[in-house]
Design a protein around this ligand. Structure first.
Ligand code: NAD
Length: 310
């Protein structure tokens, strides 16, 4: 029998690539319910899905911020074997320049969106003692990054939530997996960048405003160009995760980023990553640019051979 997969946030980016990848499984092992908040934005998915539409892929409405929309969608499915929580949004900039309401929207989407989905899907999975929950987290779920304070907090919340639940899940024979991509070139990056240009920096002091405008935004583009993966690459990693017998709890999709996250585990005091980020940003601008260029070359060379576990 086909496994039923529910994915959120499929109108663009990773969600779209993932829905199409899973629906295109050669062995037709999955029936994908690709959901999105606004069905008026389904054209890109319809086009990418091609002949899988109506066969191994169906499109449904689901807003992770609306409990009723989640309930209605889940109720319309026979069951959920694999839940992929992907919908999310970014937010950058000094906290002085962002309102609490804007921050609440990020938490409501990235964190409570997942909580709402789990409340709806988990009880039935527990009853059946079968199911896999896959959450698109981020490397920022384990490590904070300059001017991504609220976004990182939302992904830390996601990771803490899943880490706590994973112990219970084990008792019910359920799997939970966190996918942790580094930078991925999607609408997400474009939206966050365009939003950041609109930020009213007059609410911050000059030093903070300069830091954001002249250092962060300048490096931001470079980081995406050097380290950025495609949504298809992240989809491929996630696809492997759902077809594995014993999927790991955490999986980073970008091996070029691993040395950065490893710093966290290398120093229990936490000073090593913070000190290194400080030096990268404020003291070694040239070294930073040079290492990004080096990574760009590595990335270009390895792009064709990137597979899970390599
Ligand atoms: P994206 O903006 O292309 O996709 C996010 C999707 O979520 C969009 O289709 C958007 O419409 C949808 N969404 C937002 N609010 C929603 C809601 N309330 N209900 C339903 N859908 C909603 O960006 P992406 O990069 O594909 O992001 C997907 C996930 O990957 C996010 O959770 C993001 O945090 C994570 N991620 C992205 C990057 C990156 O650099 N792009 C890196 C690591 C993790």
């Amino acid at each position: 029998t086909q496994k039923i997969v529910l994915i959120t946030g499929c109108s663009s980016g990773i969600g779209l690539a993932l829905a199409v990848r899973i629906a295109r499984d050669e062995k037709k092992r999955f029936m994908v319910y690709a959901t999105m908040r606004n069905l008026a934005k389904k054209e890109a998915l319809v086009e990418a899905a091609g002949c899988t539409l109506g066969r191994t892929l169906e499109i449904k409405q689901l807003d992770v911020c609306d409990e009723n929309s989640i309930k209605a969608c889940v109720k319309s499915l026979p069951r959920v074997d694999i839940l992929i929580s992907n919908a999310g949004m970014g937010m950058v900039g000094p906290i002085e320049c962002r309102t609490i309401d804007e921050m609440k929207t990020v938490m409501d989407t990235n964190f409570f969106g997942l909580v709402r989905l789990m409340k709806e899907v988990l009880p039935d999975m527990k009853k059946r003692k079968s199911g896999h929950i896959v959450v698109i987290s981020s490397v920022m779920g384990i490590q904070g990054i300059l001017f991504n304070d609220i976004y990182a907090a939302s992904k830390f919340a996601v990771e803490g939530f899943c880490e706590s639940l994973a112990v219970q899940a084990l008792r019910f024979n359920l799997n939970i997996s966190l996918i942790e991509p580094g930078p991925v070139i999607t609408e997400f990056e474009r939206k966050a960048y365009e939003e950041s240009l609109k930020i009213d920096l007059s609410k911050a002091d000059k030093m903070t405003a300069d830091m954001f405008h002249n250092i962060y935004l300048k490096n931001y583009k470079q980081i995406f160009e050097s380290l950025g993966q495609t949504p298809e690459e992240v989809a491929e990693h996630t696809f492997k995760m759902i077809t594995m017998k014993n999927p790991p709890f955490r999986h980073q999709t970008n091996s070029l980023y691993t040395p950065i996250t490893t710093m966290k585990y290398a120093d229990p005091n936490g000073d090593l990553p913070i000190g290194t980020f400080y030096k990268m940003v404020f003291e070694h601008d040239k070294v930073f640019t040079a290492s990004l260029n080096f990574l760009k070359i590595l990335r270009w060379r390895s792009r064709k051979s990137v597979t899970l576990g390599k």
